[in-house]
Design a protein around this ligand. Structure first.
Ligand SMILES: Cc1ncc(C[n+]2csc(CCOP(=O)(O)OP(=O)(O)O)c2C)c(N)n1
Length: 577
């Protein structure tokens, strides 16, 4: 049931991410750690405005998790947030932290991305909660995100466990008028060193595992009686068991039906579900992605109607619900309407232009630069997960030889690329890694990272020097180059790929969205244009093909990087300064 607001009290229009952060703030959270990732980024960004909360962009999600977890163990409420794949990076610590438990409240937020608007997969982290044996809370709206995170802190402390709270994109980014309340400061809990609880050597871990199973049984009882799992009786002929945003969709399409809304879907409130199913003639499970509720019902022998397997892929939409009710066998897949493209003046473009020209095999990674994969640049050939640009480079070099390079962004290199470079050096692999350093985490909206020397609160801090760390990792050559010097760039890449050395080329030019640098658009000389189409192969959104085969340059969006001036072989595009 959506939270009822008293509209005379102060309200703010908040997204699900912001409302969740507001709720955690009101719950007295003291430490918040995260690494950027859509759709979770705004949680920490919103939190960072509060002086009472020690906030950090950590180097990666594993680091963030451990910083937040250890703060909770030491006695203050803490929160970790990440996009769904971020939990994979933290999973090693998540699994064992379920054994140790915490001390003060600890909430682990996962923002999943059904429909993969900007992700490399659409994994359903409800399954990770079950695998880690951690309680799972699923709000359906921003106002619930605010209320449920408070509840999550209470559950965490009552049962001495990290609690996973899951949003999906549509809740994280939807805005609602949300009640804003006062912060409740929490007294610091006493930290007592405890070998049996916090030192997970096999003997202690075995005992803690047994403890975890007992805790799960207690949590199951709680879930069965908790108001988080709410029954709304309506028409007894048709009912829905559902959670998260799927609840809103089902409610929109069948407002008069009966509902069992699972706000705490793990441990599974089996008896409550059984009871609900007894009272309603036909019950459908409505859920996005994996058959998480469905399988738990089936294991318990509870009779329900379920969706066709085709609905496991992509986002669920309100109009899908009647199809599921009708037993439709095929979900219609949607296609992206617009091809994503590098911004005008993006410093990654000249690098991909050169890599395409040199016909190299390019091991890629995740960031704005992944857009170098699509035609006509077509110069990035893999994208698996963050930090794989230099490890995939290693395999490619072993098998494909010397005509390969790896590319990764500066934030990605710091996140999980450094270890791959050390591995290349340690295992004597001579190859070329290009770090695309635009001095920001561009893809997720320009967050600072250690190599920018700025914290989330905008303060100056120790700056990680990429050249130094590459040398220390074992690179034989480290070159820094301005990628807009395109001829020098081509010469350097040819030179380094021709040597039997481990080389790092740092292509350094700040992101235009951060620096807001803009010069005049170049001049286009119609009479000199031979309509060869070479400038169009830059895939610059400011260069448009006209009906007669010539081109035009949009002076409004062009930032004057002059790359097209350099690539035109006929002098038809002139610098304008
Ligand atoms: C494990 C994981 N965490 C976070 C993300 C979200 N994400 C995608 S790319 C990226 C980093 C982009 O920054 P950078 O490497 O500097 O490249 P840029 O986008 O600036 O070109 C992030 C944080 C992700 N895909 N996977």
């Amino acid at each position: 049931m959506p939270v009822k607001n008293n509209l005379n009290a102060p309200h703010a229009l908040l997204s699900g991410d912001e409302a969740l952060a507001q709720g955690a703030y009101e719950a007295g959270v003291k430490v918040a750690a995260s690494y950027p990732g859509t759709p979770a980024t705004e949680i920490l960004e919103y939190m960072s405005k509060f002086d009472e909360v020690d906030c950090q962009w950590s180097v990666n999600e594993k680091v963030a998790y451990e910083v937040a977890y250890s703060s909770a163990v030491a006695g203050v409420r803490a929160i970790f947030s990440a996009k769904h794949v971020g939990l994979n990076v933290a999973m090693d610590s998540i699994m064992t932290s379920a054994y140790t438990g915490i001390n003060a409240g600890f909430v682990v937020v996962t923002c999943d991305e059904p429909g993969l608007h900007s992700s490399q997969n659409e994994q359903d982290n409800r399954l990770l909660a079950k695998m880690a044996k951690l309680p799972l809370i699923e709000p359906s709206s921003p106002s619930e995100a605010k209320e449920f995170v408070k509840k999550a802190f209470e559950i965490s402390e009552k049962f001495d466990t990290p609690v996973i709270l899951r949003l999906t994109t549509r809740i994280a980014h939807t805005k609602e008028n949300v009640l804003v309340e006062k912060r409740q400061e929490q007294a610091k809990k006493h930290y007592r060193p405890c070998f049996e609880k916090y030192v997970m050597v096999p003997k202690n871990a075995g005992a803690r595992h047994a403890e975890l199973e007992k805790r799960l049984a207690r949590l199951k009882k709680y879930s069965g009686s908790s108001s988080l799992n709410a029954v709304e009786m309506g028409d007894k002929k048709i009912g829905f068991i559902t959670s998260g945003v799927s609840y809103l969709y089902a409610k929109e399409m069948y407002p008069g039906a009966s509902f069992l809304k699972l706000g705490m879907s793990y441990p599974f409130p089996e008896e409550k579900v059984r009871d609900f199913v007894k009272k309603v003639k036909t019950v459908y499970v409505i859920e996005e992605l994996e058959p998480f509720i469905e399988e738990q019902c089936k294991i318990a022998g509870i009779k329900i109607k379920t969706k066709d397997e085709s609905f496991r892929v992509g986002e669920l939409r309100p109009e899908h619900i009647p199809l599921i009710v009708a037993g439709d066998k095929k979900k219609h897949t949607e296609k992206l309407s617009r091809k994503p493209v590098l911004c005008p003046g993006c410093s990654h473009r000249p690098v991909f232009w050169v890599l395409n020209k040199l016909k190299l095999n390019v091991a890629g990674d995740i960031g704005c630069y992944t857009l170098g994969a699509s035609a006509p640049l077509s110069a990035l050939h893999t994208c698996l997960c963050m930090g794989s640009g230099d490890t995939i480079l290693e395999g490619f070099t072993k098998v494909l030889g010397r005509n390969v390079v790896g590319v990764m962004g500066d934030s990605t290199f710091v996140h999980s690329g450094i270890t791959g470079l050390i591995n290349l050096a340690y295992n004597k692999t001579n190859t070329v890694l290009i770090i695309l350093d635009n001095s920001t985490t561009g893809m997720t909206g320009s967050q600072p990272h250690p190599a920018t020397g700025i914290t989330i609160k905008g303060e100056r801090t120790k700056k990680l020097v990429l050249e130094d760390i590459c040398r220390a990792a074992g690179a034989d050559n480290v070159d820094v180059i301005d990628p807009f010097k395109i001829k020098e760039l081509e010469f350097l890449i040819k030179k380094r790929t021709g040597e039997d050395k481990l080389s790092v080329i740092i292509s350094r030019y700040p992101c235009r969205l951060v620096e807001r640098r803009k010069s005049s658009a170049p001049l286009f000389l119609m009479d000199k244009c031979k309509k060869c189409g070479l400038c169009l192969k830059l895939d610059c959104p400011s260069i448009k093909k006209e009906d007669d085969g010539s081109v035009s340059i949009d002076a409004v969006t062009c930032v004057g990087c002059n790359l097209c001036v350099d690539v035109c072989p006929f002098g038809a595009i002139l610098k304008n300064d």
